[in-house]
Write a protein that binds this ligand. Sequence first.
Ligand code: 1HN
Length: 350
Amino acid sequence: MSDNALGRMEDLPADYRAALAQQNLVPLWPNLRAVMPAGTPRPATRATHWSYEGLKPLLLKAGELTPIEKAERRVLVLANPGHGLEKMQASAAIYLGMQLLLPGEWAPSHRHTPNAVRMVVEGEGAWTTVDGEKCVMRRGDLILTPTGLWHEHGHDGSAPVVWLDVLDLPLMFYLEASYHVDGQRQQTRAGSGDRAHARGGVVPMPVFQRGSKPYPMLRYPWTDVRATLETLATDDPALDAVQVAYVNPETGADAQNVLGYSALMLRPGQTLRLPARSPASVFHLIEGSVDVSIEATAPQAFRLAEADTCCAPGYAAVTLTNAAADRPSFLFIADESPLHRKLGIYEMRG
Ligand code: 1HN
């Protein structure tokens, strides 16, 4: 049925509408198409680009304006105007922020229900302790702080460190399940988050029992991920999508429950069309130069420079082109696919 075939609110007598509202009642039919449009959803998420060059001076200025003690976490949120900036969401389920930590600063320990990851953008000498494991932060590293695990950040280096935070906060907030607990500085224990043993193809097996920790690996070093992508590309020159997923190395499952994380290498000059899929996605350029074209209701095209970030709504095809003809480009991708798969609403439309 077409959109205008259903009755409108104004078609109903004012006294009837008032009587409904008085008893907290709402007629469905004038609102039905808004909550369930025909054929395809109408995402509020807008294709949006955040330039690192543009935001970095404002982030450094935040370092001058606000001491860490007054901020707890010194972050500029990458907010999608389609949702309204005050909602602080990049998509329905994804929150993005650029966080600054200055030498000597400490962002105190806490844990919370939203899942988070950090993608390190710039700087040396910072660390995040997660569940007692001190994970060093180097450019391109992915560090998980899954739901419920204690985490704190510190910085022993000499220049500012910046990283991209990705959280499923908008979903947790919508579910009215978002809260945090403050804690003490953590005692560290052995381990640096990266489960180096798993790279030998082996995992811990205490007396013939496989481990059952939901988050055995907390740090995914970029040097390893980048080398894996280059090997994949060399081993299979016909492979179009040189892409790897960040997974739990003990089970092969997605690294986290709600958002999915992957890394993609574009060969020199390569163009890759990603089919329209139901989840929204985020693209962050670790290295190189990439043109992004998004076939959304309002089509958009951006050039990503290093450390730039953009998001694409769900149900929109995305075409990526390596703007460099002589070297590969590397993207970090976050999307809502684990959530969509679990809910049974995951779609690929071509
Ligand atoms: C959080 O805990 C961190 O631990 C960063 O670094 C950003 C945004 C919203 C809620 C919690 C962090 C966050 C956050």
